[in-house]
Design a protein around this ligand. Structure first.
Ligand code: GAP
Length: 423
């Protein structure tokens, strides 16, 4: 884990939030490589869960909502974790985080240090308006409620009919008691969710639930995540969220143990029911409260686990074996020597041309070995080098990140060559 954390900082994936002021617990910033990785994860999700399906549309709801939403959704009562305080040093921890609790007991060399556990609400309050007292609202604790409150708007403004889904990606905020493991548990994070509305029917909804479990776990596998490190973990009734009839997590085997990456939830009619929303079937004239099957993935957790999963060491060489679809840059272009104007000019031309269709990076620092080393650590699948032969025959070398093999490709064929590989 330390090696991935160090690479993430060194190569511009993840920086501590507000670092020049000592950081801010539970907040992280994404650097130039990180923002590309995260955007690619979101783009692949949207392609698979919205564009590839006829029965799904998207929304982008506001982060701050009328506070009544959070009363009716149950979050003000139920988005809670058990909190204990250490009687010796008065630090506060999540009572169910056994690893952290044990470590803290060891630091005081005794076990009998805890107060009674009390419930702690994770909703983040915000104050709005110009007159005192200011109006209290909340940063959304899940992006989901923005979909439910727009259920009727979406039905009325589109031709969509049940069964159908609404997809959304966006930021959520939780005042986590013990953030940690890099971005794994943050106070600000992003979710990618599908709320899929079905007719209220035990058997059919269970079938849909099972189908979405497979769709979602296969999405991670298709993007290269090691299938041996992925499994489902069903929630026992007492661990289920307040809205869930039943629920399962897709977990990844991280260096810190099996950890939740995405939740698949059967939310029944809990949410639409609480918001007093119904569906009217114009064909049959039936009116009912649809049930909801939800797939709720964490963008930051997916990005973190793609980083961890792709980390490889091969002797001295460190590389990220990221699927090219999610790699921050698809191609890096170098002139063999930075001080030869004819090589520089040729390489700049190729760089600018490739940039029209692909996310491409440029490097002319140090020697070629150092540039390969840097691109390997960022996970760039292909490096293009312009050398003296290029000036004679218009070919360049293309080096493959995973095999280290090089082949010569004609400049005119380069764009097509990469497009084919990315298909
Ligand atoms: N709408 C349902 C919902 O929010 P959840 O299981 O609480 O369900 C879904 O969260 C996903 O959001 C999790 O599987 C995880 O990937 C991500 N997530 C939740 N809390 C997080 C946090 N504090 N930091 C980073 N990601 C988080």
């Amino acid at each position: 884990m330390e090696k991935v954390v160090s690479l993430a900082k060194r190569r511009g994936f993840i920086f501590p939030g507000s670092e020049i002021y000592g950081g801010y617990q539970g907040f992280w910033d994404y650097g130039p490589a990180g923002v590309e990785l995260k955007n690619n994860v979101k783009r692949e999700w949207w392609k698979a869960m919205v564009y590839a399906r006829e029965d799904v549309v998207g929304v982008d709801a506001a982060i701050i909502m009328n506070p009544i939403v959070w009363e009716n959704s149950g979050h003000l009562k139920a988005l809670v974790d058990p909190l204990v305080e250490c009687k010796v040093c008065h630090k506060r921890f999540r009572a169910d985080n056994e690893e952290v609790i044990k470590k803290h007991e060891e630091s005081h060399d005794e076990k009998d240090i805890w107060t009674e556990a009390k419930t702690f609400n994770l909703m983040t309050e915000v104050l709005l308006g110009t007159t005192e007292p200011k109006e209290k609202s909340y940063l959304r604790g899940e992006i989901t409620q923005g979909v439910f409150v727009n259920f009727k708007n979406v039905v009325d403004s589109t031709r969509i009919k049940i069964p159908f889904g609404i997809g959304q990606i966006g930021k959520a905020f939780r005042n986590e008691i013990t953030p940690g493991n890099l971005t794994f548990r943050s106070r600000e994070f992003e979710q990618m969710e599908l709320e899929y509305f079905v007719k209220p029917d035990e058997k059919d909804s269970e079938k849909t639930f099972e189908e979405f479990k497979e769709i979602r776990i296969n999405w991670y596998k298709d993007l290269g995540m090691d299938s041996k490190k992925l499994h489902f973990h069903d929630h026992e009734p007492e661990k289920r969220a307040h809205y869930a009839k039943y629920a399962t997590d897709i977990e990844y085997e991280a260096p810190f143990g099996w950890s939740e990456m995405e939740g698949i939830h059967h939310r029944g009619d809990f949410d639409l029911g609480n918001h007093g929303l119904k569906y009217h079937d114009n064909l049959t004239n039936e009116e009912y409260t649809p049930w909801v099957i939800e797939t709720s993935g964490g963008v930051d957790r997916a990005a973190l686990f793609f980083l961890i999963d792709s980390y490889r060491e091969d002797g001295e060489r460190v590389y990220l074996k990221l699927d090219p679809r999610i790699a921050p840059y698809k191609v890096a272009v170098f002139p063999l020597l930075a001080n030869k104007p004819e090589l520089l000019e040729k390489a700049r031309g190729i760089y600018k041309e490739l940039k029209k269709d692909l996310v491409v990076t440029w490097d002319d620092r140090g020697n070629i070995g150092k540039r390969y080393f840097a691109q390997d650590e960022i996970g760039t699948p292909w490096c293009v080098t312009v050398d003296f032969q290029t000036l004679n025959d218009s070919t360049v070398t293309v080096r493959d990140r995973d095999t280290g093999k090089q082949e010569r490709i004609n400049i005119d064929k380069l764009s097509e060559y990469f497009q084919n590989k990315l298909r």
